[in-house]
Design a protein around this ligand. Structure first.
Ligand SMILES: Nc1nc2c(c(=O)[nH]1)N[C@H]1C(S)=C(S)[C@@H](COP(=O)(O)O)O[C@H]1N2
Ligand SMILES: [Mo]
Length: 251
C-alpha cells in the first residue's frame, strides 16, 4: 500500500471511530499512533486530538505552498509596531551584537549563538504566506537557518519530542519534531532580502509555514528541546494554548 493510501485509511479509521463511537474512541486511536497534543484534556480536547492526528496523518511532511516572487505582498501589515520591552531596546541600541540564541534542554551540546554564528549555517529561504488567526495574511520571502540544522549541531538526546520556542516577550510556543525538523521551518534572520525588521520580530524569529501565524514566534532567544510540556506554563504547549487557542494550528 502506498504511504498516502495508508494514511488515508488511518485517517478514515480515526474519523469513523469518532463518528460511530464518539470522540473518545478516535482519541484512543490517536494515542496508539502517538498523536495526542498537549491540549488534549478539557472541553475541546478530543476535537483537538482528532484535528492533530488526522492532519498529521494526511499531510505528513508535505511542504506548505510556496509562491512566485511577484506575489510577495508589497506592504505587509506589521502586527507588532512596538518592540517588546526595555531589554529588547537595549540590545537593539547595540545593533543586536549581544543577541544570543540558546539551544538547550535535551541536547548533547547546548549552543549559544550570535547572529554572526547563525550566518555560518547554510542559508535557506522560501516565499510563503503568513496567515493570522484573525483573518489577515501576507506573503513574504523568509531566509535564515533551518531549525533542523541547529538541532542537528546541538545533537538531540533520546526522548526529544518538542521544541519550545521562547522569545523576549511572554509569547512562547512549542512545536513537535515533525514541524521542528521540517525543511521549511526556519529560524529566520531575513525578510524580503533584508535583515528581519523589528516590527516583524527581528532580529530573529521562527517561521513555521505549516501552521497559523501565532506559532511563528518573534524575538526568538531560546529553543528548548523537551520530552514533555506539562511543566511549561499551564502545560498546554504554549502561551496561546494557555488562553484557549489550539496548540496545533496546522493549515
Ligand atoms: N514573540 C511574539 N511572537 C509573535 C507574536 C507576538 O506578539 N510576540 N504575534 C504572533 C501572531 S498572532 C502572528 S499572526 C504573527 C504575526 O507576524 P508578523 O508580525 O510577521 O505579521 O506573529 C506571531 N508571533
Ligand atoms: Mo495572529
Amino acid at each position: 500500500m502506498s504511504e498516502i493510501s495508508r494514511r488515508r485509511l488511518l485517517t478514515r479509521g480515526l474519523a469513523a471511530a469518532a463518528g460511530v463511537s464518539g470522540l473518545g474512541l478516535g482519541a484512543r486511536a490517536a494515542a496508539r499512533l502517538g498523536l495526542v497534543p498537549p491540549d488534549s484534556g478539557g472541553l475541546f480536547g478530543a476535537g483537538e486530538t482528532l484535528t492533530y492526528a488526522a492532519h498529521r496523518l494526511l499531510v505528513g511532511d508535505a511542504p506548505a505552498r510556496e509562491f512566485p516572487r511577484h506575489m510577495i505582498s508589497p506592504s505587509p501589515f506589521a502586527n507588532t509596531p512596538n518592540p517588546p520591552n526595555d531589554a529588547y531596546k537595549a540590545l537593539q541600541a547595540g545593533g543586536f551584537a549581544d543577541w544570543r540564541l540558546q539551544v538547550d534542554g535535551l541536547v548533547e551540546r547546548p549552543l549559544s549563538l550570535s547572529l554572526t554564528d547563525l550566518r555560518r549555517y547554510p542559508e535557506r529561504s522560501h516565499i510563503t504566506q503568513l496567515a493570522c488567526e484573525e483573518g489577515w495574511s501576507y506573503i513574504a520571502e523568509w531566509s535564515g537557518v533551518a531549525m533542523a540544522d541547529l538541532l542537528a549541531s546541538a545533537g538531540m538526546r533520546p526522548g526529544a519530542r518538542y521544541v519550545a520556542c521562547h522569545p523576549m516577550d511572554p509569547w512562547w510556543e512549542a512545536i513537535d519534531m515533525a514541524d521542528a525538523l521540517h525543511p521549511q521551518t526556519l529560524v529566520a534572520t531575513g525578510m524580503n532580502g533584508r535583515a528581519l525588521p523589528a516590527t516583524f520580530g527581528g532580529p530573529l524569529r521562527i517561521r513555521v509555514p505549516r501552521q497559523l501565524g501565532y506559532k511563528s514566534v518573534k524575538y526568538l532567544v531560546r529553543l528548548e528541546v523537551v520530552d514533555r510540556l506539562d511543566h511549561l506554563g499551564k502545560g498546554l504547549g504554549g502561551s496561546n494554548a494557555d488562553i484557549g487557542y489550539a496548540w496545533y494550528a496546522g493549515i
